[in-house]
Design a protein around this ligand. Structure first.
Ligand code: ZN
Length: 208
């Protein structure tokens, strides 16, 4: 069996951005291993750099290590929050600086639920309405090992849930309203409203 260090060395010798693993690959369906220092400092730093570049080039607002074939509980997130002020406000989407989540976990922080179209770099071309906790308590570590314990809300809370789910082998489609599944072109041309009420009516799904 290839060690994690060898796996990351192979990744670092390859192209950057790295190829993104798509749905159907078992690595996306297996719980990733907690990161407890299995990599050298150079490997860990190199992995984070490749993850950052791969996320930015895709472009996406988050990337979990299994999405580039590394079964470790590490994710990166960053959201420049493009879009109209109305849409950003409706979705609670605020700029999120680049950050690293190591061994993240979350739990609901309150009863609020938010349902919006969501996509995934590992399911290219499609989006579906996915209900998420509006606010979560995020725990874990950052890349320096500092403990995280904070509450996150709005779109950043959605990103945290999506990326942490990847580390448990869960894809957003597992939680999505499947009748909302729409090709990106339809989302762009028909369902770009701030909220998905019109899509719910036309496609026949319910919102929370
Ligand atoms: Zn994803």
């Amino acid at each position: 069996m290839t060690s994690l260090g060898d796996l990351v060395d192979t990744l670092l010798a390859g192209p950057s951005p790295a190829p993104i693993v798509t749905a159907g690959d078992p690595v996306l369906r297996q719980p990733a291993r907690p990161y407890d220092g299995q990599l050298s400092a150079a490997q860990f730093g190199g992995l984070l750099a490749v993850m950052r570049t791969t996320m930015q080039e895709a472009p996406g607002v988050g990337l979990a290590a299994p999405q580039i074939g590394v079964p470790l509980r590490i994710a990166v997130i960053e959201d420049p929050a493009p879009g109209s002020p109305e849409t950003l406000r409706a979705r609670g989407r605020v700029p999120q600086p680049f950050r690293v989540l190591v061994n993240p976990r979350y739990e609901a922080a309150g009863p609020g639920v938010a349902a919006f179209f969501e996509g995934c770099l590992s399911v290219p071309g499609w989006q579906a309405v996915t209900a998420r906790h509006a606010r979560v308590r995020l725990r874990g570590q950052d890349e320096t090992g500092r403990e995280l314990d904070e509450e996150v809300e709005g779109w950043p809370a959605r990103i945290v849930q999506h990326e942490t789910d990847h580390l448990d082998g869960v894809l957003y489609l597992d939680r999505a309203e499947i009748r909302s599944l729409s090709a990106n072109t339809h989302v762009l041309e028909r369902w770009s409203d701030p909220a998905p009420e019109a899509a719910a009516k036309a496609l026949g799904f319910s919102l929370p």
